[in-house]
Design a protein around this ligand. Structure first.
Ligand code: SF4
Length: 121
């Protein structure tokens, strides 16, 4: 993936919900429309954006809507799994199952109760 594609993705992720008009993205990237179109087509082929036809500013153009989302590790913060001694053997194919793990159960219960107390405040 080129540096410009990476930069385009970072910009598009700031507009996750509505996406950006192609021309807005080219402007922000500082590239020509021809160069920008090439980037958009590449990103579409990779399944990173969808190009939606839209009438804007008196002409037909394309809106680039990201198909990917930013991932945050916040929901699993404090989980016992990353530091667990059974981490490499735990899972569907493993010898240990998270379905019977007391540590993950305790963490889920405590996470759930602490998020409920945050909601009350
Ligand atoms: S689910 Fe339990 S046993 Fe499995 S990695 Fe997490 S803490 Fe360890």
């Amino acid at each position: 993936m080129s540096k410009l594609e990476e930069k385009a993705i970072k910009l598009l992720l700031k507009y996750e919900e509505r996406g950006l008009l192609q021309s807005e993205l080219w402007h922000k990237l500082g590239v020509t429309s021809r160069e920008g179109s090439r980037i958009a087509i590449k990103l579409e082929k990779k399944g990173i954006v969808k190009r939606v036809k839209e009438f804007a500013r008196d002409r037909w153009t394309r809106r680039l809507v990201p198909l990917i989302r930013q991932v945050t590790l916040e929901p699993i913060k404090g989980s016992p799994c990353p530091s667990c001694i059974y981490n490499n053997v735990c899972g569907r194919q493993g010898t240990v199952s998270p379905n019977t793990c007391v540590w993950i159960e305790e963490w889920l219960v405590s996470s759930s109760s602490s998020s409920r107390s945050i909601e009350k405040n």
